[in-house]
Ligand binder design. Structure first.
Ligand code: SF4
Length: 355
């Protein structure tokens, strides 16, 4: 499977292809440990084009690990708002505090101790920022290696992954001996998966490693890597209340609550889960929304209230609970993905209803 001489030639060709064709990305032009770490966490489950503006803004707001560590968790979550998978932001914040206390890890094992960093991210950080010959295996690399080597999940996912990890290590070490740096080689594999060896319609005719690719030779790229095991979905039913009032200038405002520490989506703003006893209100209607977050299928019912008389401002019931009235047309607070979805439907409901 992949003779030694072809392997060496493919590694060298891939290295040259990356130097000539790779995208210019801000974490590539200045690959410090801090910037590579932040970019790799942002890139988990998220595409480069989505990450780019967030990365720039995040770097402006937290230019160093010290700045990130000294911010509050709420500030970090706020800077993350819109990127989703918020546990990543909370882990970054905890990781920054750990790094400030004991320094940046210099090994793959050391990075795995940082919250939110798994084997793939640790390999990416140490190879890109430190030049260590460490393996990586994200979705893109998995697809490229599976096709080049004609390896399929059909034999079992765990066995399939173990074989690819082994190949990834073997190839990056061979690349280092051929003076293709681990940083360049690993990023070349990722880039090839993102730009050429795509999930659908891979561009085999322009691929630098086509002459060693078993899937291309078999004209069976769609067979590799094969289907992922089905996700186990968790169904979540939620009720929220949209309390709508008018502020002194007559603008419509809505009552928001920041999720308390320890709650799901902690630090993010959402509608209130219970109708608070704060005055007189009339029920205008209900909207139903559905969306998916990681492995959760969320079905949410939102009751819409028009507040006519306010007797008291909402009071926190739990430690860390916080409320705010914010303009309905522009909430301006870091809302969870569930809130964003509800807010769109709520706006349509208000626009469609007589005021
Ligand atoms: S030849 Fe085609 S299938 Fe093989 S690695 Fe290149 S793009 Fe992917």
């Amino acid at each position: 499977m992949l003779p030694q001489a072809s392997r060496a030639a493919a590694i060298l060709t891939l290295g040259r292809w990356f130097s000539a064709r790779s995208r210019v990305l801000p974490w590539r032009s200045e690959p410090t440990l801090y910037r590579v770490w932040i970019s790799e966490i942002m890139l988990q489950q998220t595409q480069v084009v989505t990450v780019l503006p967030y990365f720039e803004r995040f770097m402006q707001r937290f230019p160093t690990v010290e700045a990130l560590a000294s911010a509050s968790e709420a500030e970090v979550v706020e800077a993350w708002a819109g990127l989703g998978y918020y546990s990543r932001a909370r882990n970054l914040h905890r990781g920054a505090r750990q790094i400030v206390a004991s320094g940046f890890p210099r090994t793959r094992e050391g990075w795995i101790e940082i919250p939110g960093v798994g084997p793939y991210t640790a390999g990416a950080i140490t190879s890109i920022a430190l030049g260590h010959a460490e393996p990586i295996l994200d979705g893109n690399v998995e697809r490229v290696l599976a096709r080049v080597l004609a390896l399929s999940r059909a034999d079992g996912d765990a066995r399939f992954k173990a074989r690819l990890w082994k190949w990834s290590g073997l190839l990056v070490r061979r690349a280092a001996r051929l003076e293709v740096s681990p940083s360049r080689f690993n990023q070349a594999l990722m880039e090839l998966g993102a730009l050429v060896c795509t999930f659908r319609n891979p561009k085999c005719a322009e691929c630098p490693v086509r002459y060693v690719c078993a899937a291309a030779r078999l004209e069976a790229t769609e067979r590799f890597p094969g289907k992922k095991p089905a996700k186990e979905w968790v169904r979540v039913e939620e009720i929220r209340h949209a309390w709508i009032a008018r502020d002194d200038s007559g603008r419509e405002v809505i009552l928001m609550r920041r999720q308390a520490p320890g709650e799901w989506r902690a630090g993010l703003w959402d509608l209130v889960p219970e109708a608070p006893a704060i005055g007189k209100a009339a029920l205008l209607g209900e909207i139903a929304t559905r969306h998916v977050v990681t492995r959760h299928k969320i079905e949410r019912t939102t009751k819409i209230w028009s507040v006519s008389e306010m007797s008291a401002p909402p009071r926190p019931q739990k430690i860390g609970e916080e409320f705010a009235w914010t303009p309905l047309d522009q909430p301006g607070l870091a809302g969870s993905a569930s809130f964003q979805k509800t807010w769109k439907s709520l706006r349509e409901f208000r626009i469609g209803s007589p005021r």
